[in-house]
Design a protein around this ligand. Sequence first.
Ligand SMILES: Cc1ncc(COP(=O)(O)O)c(C=O)c1O
Length: 276
Amino acid sequence: MYVWVNDQLIRRDKAVVDMEDRGYQFGDGVYEVVRMYNGAFFMLPEHLERLQNSLKEIGISYDVKEQRVAEKLKEIMKKNDVTDGAVYMQITRGAAPRNHSFPDQPNPVFTAYPIPVKRPVEAQENGVQMTLVEDMRWLRCDIKSLNLLWNAMAKQKAKEKGCFESLFYRNENHITEGSSSNFFGVKNGVIYTHPANPYILNGITRRAVLNICQENQFPYEEKVLTLNDVKQLDEAFITSTTAEVMPITAIDDITVGNGEPGPVTRKLQKLFFERT
Ligand SMILES: Cc1ncc(COP(=O)(O)O)c(C=O)c1O
């Protein structure tokens, strides 16, 4: 496999990360994952805009346009002969003698390479289960940073319980999002999801789904659901670049609706597929 390290397109076994790269030592960096369908990236401008915003929020000076990131992503997929899958990219503040405060003259490091992703057809058809986990992350979840320790721990808890994903709650009973996905609930035909604020990552798939709701006049509201609301839902689903629109049939011992993917979720799945 070939990978990008800054402006070098090299074989993966030739790629080297400095031991003092701040991404490696402090999680001091940001990332994105973009899906490719039939040789075309899905919502690439939106991903790159979010990347630029994450960079700005943590004060890494790196111009995504000037650095030709879009072109580089296309090139890396071509070089590796990938037409269906995803690309992973990250930008760290680069290497510097270990010190918490930022180096005076940082040299950001860009890396990118394709990752294999297949549409999880069976799970999308049958639905999956979630488990509740307290949201112990910091309060800037809107930044897509490399600090994924609690997300990783939560996903592991889900895996150990045989669940597909964990569902975060904060402040005793406020549902925020999944460990790597956004959460939606449906009640009496209205689609609910957490507002885009620092408590969640404003997912690109989340935005696509809300846009589909707008275009099709499906009633929706960006509102915080409580644990109690979740017990009353007719339907639930999560969204992410790799899971797309994934029905949720149970959350721990709460059965969602009748325990099967519901009609609103099915409609959104179909309309989402048509866009990809
Ligand atoms: C915490 C979190 N929320 C939501 C999402 C979904 O975002 P997207 O639809 O852009 O993949 C992700 C994706 O990895 C995530 O890590």
